[in-house]
Ligand binder design. Sequence first.
Ligand code: MG
Length: 386
Amino acid sequence: MILHVDMDAFYASVEELDNPQLKGRCVIVGGQSKRSVVSAANYAARGFGVHSAMPVFKVQTICPDAVFLPPRISRYKELSAKIMSILREFSPLVEPVSIDEAYVDITGCEKLFGGVREIASSIKKEIKERLDLNCSLGAAPNKFLAKIASDMDKPDGLTIIMPEDVDRFIESLPIHKVPGVGKNTNDKLKLMGVSTLGDVKKYPEEVLAKRFGTFGGRLAKLADGIDRSAVTPVSETKSVSAEETLPEDTEDKNLLEKYILKQSEKIGRELRKLGIRARTISVKIKHSDFKQVTRSATIKEPTQSSEVIIREAFELLENYRMPDKARLIGVGVSNFISGMEQVQTDIFERDDTKSSDWRKLDKAIDTITDKFGTEIIKRASLKGRK
Ligand SMILES: [Mg+2]
């Protein structure tokens, strides 16, 4: 399940928060000249028909008592960061889409925090209690529906579309609510007898693709309830690695493996913390003469499992013919991706490696090391288990 969290009248709400005297009044955040437009209006102002992008001179005529304030972006950013970090307490898969909006993939978090409704309510409660701000929240099996859901009950809304409700929801969803359907497309669709997303199913995908290009194909998919876009956490991380200079130069691969084991474990833990998966695994060796060699392997299924990293790193070391003793050994991963599609293939298609068992083991080890440190628990060498 995916959540879409959208703060209510964010800029205006922050202004009310910082200046309680504004409560109950019409608050408009925007440029200060007559030619400016509204960036944000609180719900009091919206009651008069004020909306964002409305010219300020027009607001003055319909809402003469409104308070006009210049935007304070750095303050909004500061609160935005706090909101995102609250969301990350619930799942590592948080994708901010703007200063006041984010997707959260809560697939697999249910065991920790309860069902979808519990998680959604807790998020709303945490944001309210810690920041005194309201948000509206939509939950659905994909991003597209979650975004529509969050808009349905604003402000302070909570709308959940369970998988079994998706078909019925799509049947009745007005087509203009679908992001990307502007006035033009809406008119064309109307002529085709399409007024809800469900109506799109009257036409085969090829017909839609011919008439609307790529967007036609997407419409057909959406009408079937399919939106495969993954929640992609922004990550500045390009690579994660660990390396150690050995106490003594060695060419004993068994000894080097012990280092690799520990380093891979650390990297796996880091990946799981960041909620990202790596596709490329590398082993780095610096020799006694300081010559440095890197060997890399790219795997088919991106991973965050320590087990997989260990196995790949071992194989890289095994296949490397050491010309000289090593003075430093390290493991690194790169080529990151993130999102739930990969998680699913991992769970359902990789029975050969018993990936879900390793996931449980990883999780157990993570919990123990978080509590007691890395020294308390160590994975036995993989030798003999291959
Ligand atoms: Mg908003």
